[in-house]
Design a protein around this ligand. Structure first.
Ligand code: KG4
Ligand code: ZN
Length: 340
C-alpha cells in the first residue's frame, strides 16, 4: 500500500510517500522558520497562509521524486491534531479533497503518535513495549507504549514544554527563533561550572516535569551578569545541562519503574547532540529518529497512517481538526473510532 503523508500542524509543511513494501519513497519539507523568526515566534495566521502556498507544489515534488502518478497512491494520512487549528485545516482539507477525488481512504493522525513512531523508519527499531520520551515545542511526556495506539502517559510537564523553554530562553538572550538549535550551537562555546541551574522536581516522586522555572533562572542570571557573548554561551550550556540532566533522571526512573529496557526519544529536542551524549549513560537501549525526522515532517505521518490504513481504519466524509487532543485517547488501529 502506498500512502501520501501530510503534516501541517505548525510552521512546517511536510509531505512524504511511504510504501508498505518498499519503505519511504520520498519526502519534502518547507520550513517557515525564516518568516516567523522576524516576529520572534510562530504567527498562526501567517502559518496557515503559507501552508496553502506550499502544499500542492510539495505534493507534486514528492510524487515526481518517487516517480509515481497520483493514481498509484492507495491512501492518505494527515495530521488531525494537536496543533494550530488553521494550519491543521489546510492539510486536512487538501487530504480529504484528494481522498474524495481519487476515491481512496484518508486517515487522521495524532501528531505525537507520528513523532513517537518516526524511529520505526530507521534500521534499528525498538521492540514493543517500550518507553517514549516526547520532547517537542508543545509537549514533554513520558509515555508507556505497549503497541501502536496503546499509550499510557506516565509523566508530563506541568508548565512549559522543553522546546518551549529553549525557545523562551533563546529569546531572552536575544538569540532568535527557534531557540533549540541556536542554544545547542552556542552552548558548545560555554564553560562548564560557571552557573549552576536547578534540576526541577527531581526530589519529588513521580515522572512529571516543570521547566518554566529554568527559563526564569536563565532570565535572572542574564540580568545580573556582564551580558556579553561568553555569558550567553555559559548560560546556554548551564541551561541545557540542567534540562538534559532532569530528563535523564526521570527517564532512568521510568526505566526502573517499568523494567522496560527500550527507550525512544523523539520530537524536535531529540535532535540535540548534547542530549544524545548525556543519554548514552542510561541503563537502556535508546532509539532516535534520524536528525531530519526529529522535528516535524511528513514521513512520520505517512508511516503512522500506513499502519492504521492497512488495518482498515479510515475517516468518513465528515472531518475536522483536533487542536487539543491527548495521546492517551487514541485506540489501537483495529478499534475504529465511533465517528468514523
Ligand atoms: O517537534 P517539533 O519540530 O515541533 C513541535 O511538535 O512542537 O519541535 C520544535 C521544537 C522547538 O521548540 C525547537 O526549539 C526545538 O524543538 N528544537 C530543539 C532542537 N531542534 C529543535 N531543541 C533543542 N535542541 C535542538 N537541536
Ligand atoms: Zn512536532
Amino acid at each position: 500500500m502506498r500512502i501520501l503523508g501530510i503534516e501541517t500542524s505548525c510552521d512546517e509543511t511536510g509531505v512524504a510517500i511511504y510504501d508498505t513494501d518498499q519503505g519511504l519513497l520520498s519526502h519534502a519539507l518547507f520550513s517557515q522558520v525564516d518568516m516567523h523568526a522576524h516576529f520572534g515566534g510562530v504567527v498562526p495566521e501567517l502559518a496557515s497562509r503559507d501552508h496553502i502556498r506550499r502544499i500542492v507544489p510539495l505534493i507534486k515534488e514528492v510524487s515526481d521524486e518517487a516517480n509515481i502518478h497520483f493514481n498509484a497512491i492507495d491512501g492518505i494520512a494527515y495530521t488531525e491534531g494537536p496543533g494550530l487549528v488553521g494550519a491543521l485545516l489546510v492539510g486536512i482539507s487538501v487530504a480529504h479533497g484528494l481522498s474524495w477525488s481519487l476515491q481512496i481512504p484518508a486517515v487522521g493522525i495524532h501528531h505525537m503518535e507520528g513523532h513517537l513512531l518516526a524511529c520505526m523508519l530507521e534500521e534499528e527499531k525498538p521492540k514493543f513495549p517500550f518507553i517514549a520520551l516526547l520532547v517537542s515545542g508543545g509537549h514533554t511526556q513520558l509515555v508507556k507504549v505497549e503497541a501502536v495506539g496503546r499509550y499510557t502517559i506516565m509523566g508530563e510537564s506541568l508548565d512549559d514544554a522543553v522546546g518551549e523553554a529553549f525557545d523562551k530562553t533563546a529569546k531572552l538572550l536575544g538569540l532568535g527563533y527557534p531557540g533549540g538549535p541556536v542554544i545547542e550551537k552556542i552552548a558548545r562555546e560555554g564553560h562548564a561550572g560557571i552557573y549552576n541551574f536547578p534540576r526541577p522536581m527531581i526530589n519529588r516522586p513521580g515522572l512529571d516535569f516543570s521547566f518554566s522555572g529554568l527559563k526564569t533562572f536563565a532570565k535572572n542570571t542574564w540580568e545580573e551578569s556582564r551580558q556579553d557573548q561568553q555569558t550567553k554561551a555559559d548560560i546556554a550550556r548551564a541551561f541545557s545541562e540542567a534540562v538534559f540532566d532532569t530528563l535523564f533522571i526521570k527517564c532512568q526512573r521510568a526505566i526502573q519503574q517499568t523494567g522496560l529496557r527500550h527507550l525512544v526519544v523523539a520530537g524536535g529536542v531529540s535532535a540535540n547532540r548534547q542530549l544524545r551524549a548525556r543519554f548514552r549513560d542510561l541503563e537502556a537501549d535508546v532509539f532516535y529518529p534520524r536528525l531530519e525526522f526529529c522535528t516535524d515532517n511528513g514521513a512520520m505521518i505517512a508511516y503512522a497512517g500506513a499502519i492504521r490504513l492497512v488495518a482498515g481504519e479510515q475517516k468518513g466524509l465528515s472531518f475536522g481538526a483536533r487542536p487539543r487532543w491527548s495521546l492517551d485517547e487514541l485506540q489501537p488501529p483495529a478499534h475504529l473510532p465511533e465517528n468514523s
